[in-house]
Design a protein. Structure first.
Length: 613
């Protein structure tokens, strides 16, 4: 008990010291960014502070990666803003249509990406909203706003990098290595069960697939962390792919061990090959994690590709464009002055909700964060500061609000992280620090009203045209999984790309699990597609492993059986190849064993082929 207690992190007020250190770094970065922006006399110093709020992460690598994408996306957004305003500033509703199309394009790109790449696509929306939409009544100021925003973002990024360096923000790779190590232990336990002939439950398999693939967007930040970051990123991606391969080899071995034909000659050969494949996968995982810790490139790197559903992305894009147009129509009917500000907020909230797998939940989060952020901004401006102009007092006034939001972000829960970041961003956006501070109640009230109106309008638009439901996403994903489980499609990956392709299918499997929830039959159906695709790829890879001197008739029979995806025919030709082998042709053993394993797995999955979504 004493040893366990000693391992607990030291905490203060319920938060570990690491969370407090992160909160202090966030506050220090924001104060430094504002000081530099005030010193340079930027027209919009709040952009620098907002950049700090966006880039606030406990780990150095995450902040650096997001900063890189923020710079790239801002440049693209600024160019788009200048072009759109320059060509369509005086065209009325045509301008609204062009802006809606831009929002749709960005949402489409965001839906096809993950992690900070998805954020970069959404930032294209935010930049255009702030630079092109908000000043619609004064289009001649667009270029100046673009320059000011670019300068503010650069100051915010440099401030975060400087503070993280001098206050020793921790690297992210030890956390990734520890999580991969924990996943390896779980997969190794299942592998041991498979070697003993114990079956693996579908629930355990899909839970592990989801946990493994969930690391993909986080691993990308390793590349920007240090000079050896790219090698560490490649090692972590390879470890993920190898974990999926080891898990699938375990399930395949467990399935064949209990099959009725496990005592036959080809089945015995298949079992031996799968056991060897399973052990090799385990060694590959260990080597990849070791390479991650050492900062060396893996021996056989993998790409860990992402599965992208273009149908879902297109549906999200169309809805985003419609939401923006409906918001513009509603604001035009209201006829308020400066409605371009509210329309800009509508576009920003559309972009932010597009990054969430559950857009309705993101809108609800905005409903919570907007009023609380406005309350925080009001207390800060009219109670805490109340007319002061000294910068040290501003820094002290920002301290409790920044620290509180950062502590909420440090809670290991996705909802808490999103809430804390949204509170910090909305508080800074409404407070809008400037030099000198205006302390204008009317401007503060307008900002709160426009931001709240944007949240209400987006909520109403989503009632009128709801985002894709989990049932609709599940139907699309299952249909695509069934359509892709075709031998002609699966055979093109070859032996080298087999594991990468399997990881891509695992990502889709995770998306299906997220959409299916507790519907076990649908998850089992998707797992059947996953197993069938893995077996067909194994069969196609085994064809490439067959020696050149194999009989042309047997090679043609094997190719035809694989093209048909016929497990029994693959087993028959495997047996024929073994029977025709001479004592001097032992080189075919591995190829035939892999072919037989694929045939056995396809034969076991054959009764499930009639399943359809």
């Amino acid at each position: 008990m004493t040893a366990a207690a000693n391992r607990l992190p030291i905490a203060f007020a319920g938060f570990p010291l690491a969370a407090w250190a992160f909160a202090i770094r966030t506050w220090a970065s924001m104060v430094l960014a504002l000081y530099v922006a005030f010193w340079l006399q930027l027209e919009s110093p709040s952009t620098a502070a907002l950049t700090v709020a966006v880039l606030a992460f406990p780990w150095r690598g995450q902040g650096l990666e997001k900063a890189a994408y923020r710079v790239l996306a801002t440049i693209v957004g600024l160019i788009a803003s200048i072009v759109i305003v320059g060509l369509f500033a005086q065209t009325g509703w045509l301008l609204i249509a062009v802006l809606a199309a831009w929002i749709g394009i960005c949402v489409y790109a965001s839906s096809l990406l993950d992690g900070f790449r998805s954020y970069a696509a959404v930032l294209g929306i935010i930049t255009v909203c702030l630079v092109a939409i908000e000043p619609l009544d004064t289009p001649q100021t667009v270029f100046d706003l673009a320059h000011e925003r670019g300068a503010g973002i650069l100051i915010g990024i440099l401030s975060v990098m400087f503070v993280n360096d001098i206050l020793f923000a921790p690297d992210y790779f030890p956390e990734i290595a520890a999580r991969l190590q924990a996943l390896q232990a779980k997969v190794a336990a299942l592998a041991g069960s498979a070697l003993r002939g114990v079956s693996i439950s579908p629930e355990a398999a899909v839970a592990l697939l989801r946990d493994i693939t969930a690391l993909r967007p986080e691993i990308s930040s390793l590349s920007t962390e240090t000079s050896i970051g790219p090698a560490r990123g490649a090692a972590a991606r390879t470890a993920m792919v190898d974990l999926v391969a080891e898990l699938q080899a375990s399930r395949s071995l467990a399935a064949l061990t209990g099959s009725p034909n496990s005592a036959s000659r080809v089945s015995s050969l298949a079992l031996d090959w799968l056991s060897s494949e399973l052990r090799q996968s385990g060694r590959d995982v260990e080597a990849s994690i070791e390479a991650l810790r050492d900062g060396t490139a893996p021996r056989d790197p993998h790409r860990a590709p992402l599965y992208r559903s273009r149908r879902i992305a297109l549906a999200n894009a169309v809805r985003a464009s419609v939401y923006f147009v409906l918001g513009a129509v509603a604001l035009a009917i209201l006829g308020w002055p400066s409605t371009s500000v509210a329309l800009a907020f509508v576009g920003i909230l559309i972009g932010l909700s597009a990054m969430s797998p559950n857009q309705n939940a993101a809108t609800v989060l905005a409903f919570v964060a907007v009023p609380v952020g406005c309350l925080f901004a009001g207390i800060l401006e009219f109670v805490v500061l109340d007319g002061v102009t000294d910068f040290p007092l501003l820094a002290i006034g920002l301290l409790p609000f920044t620290v509180l939001c950062a502590l909420i972000m440090s809670i290991p829960n996705p909802a808490s992280v999103s809430l804390g970041r949204a509170l910090l961003v909305f508080t800074i956006a409404v407070f809008s620090p400037s030099n000198p501070q205006a302390y204008n109640p009317q401007s503060f009230l307008f900002a709160c009203v426009f931001l709240g109106t944007a949240a209400v309008l987006l909520f109403i638009c989503q009632l009128f045209l709801p985002p894709l439901s989990d049932e609709q996403k599940l139907k699309i994903l299952l249909t695509e999984a069934r359509q892709d489980a075709v031998p002609a499609v699966l055979a093109k990956h070859g032996q080298h790309g087999r594991h990468d392709a399997m990881f891509r299918e695992a990502v889709r499997m995770s998306q299906i699990v997220a959409a299916a929830g507790e519907e076990a039959p649908l998850i089992k159906k998707a797992l059947g597609y996953f197993d069938g695709a893995a077996a067909l790829r194994l069969a196609a890879a085994a064809l490439e492993m067959l020696p050149e001197d194999l009989s042309g008739d047997l090679r043609e029979r094997a190719a035809f059986a694989v093209a048909e995806g016929d497990g029994q025919a693959i087993l028959a030709v495997s047996d024929a190849i073994i029977s025709s082998a001479t004592d001097n042709s032992r080189s075919i053993d591995d190829a035939v064993a892999a072919l037989a394993a694929a045939g056995e797995l396809l034969a076991l999955a054959a009764p499930k082929k009639e399943d359809a979504p």
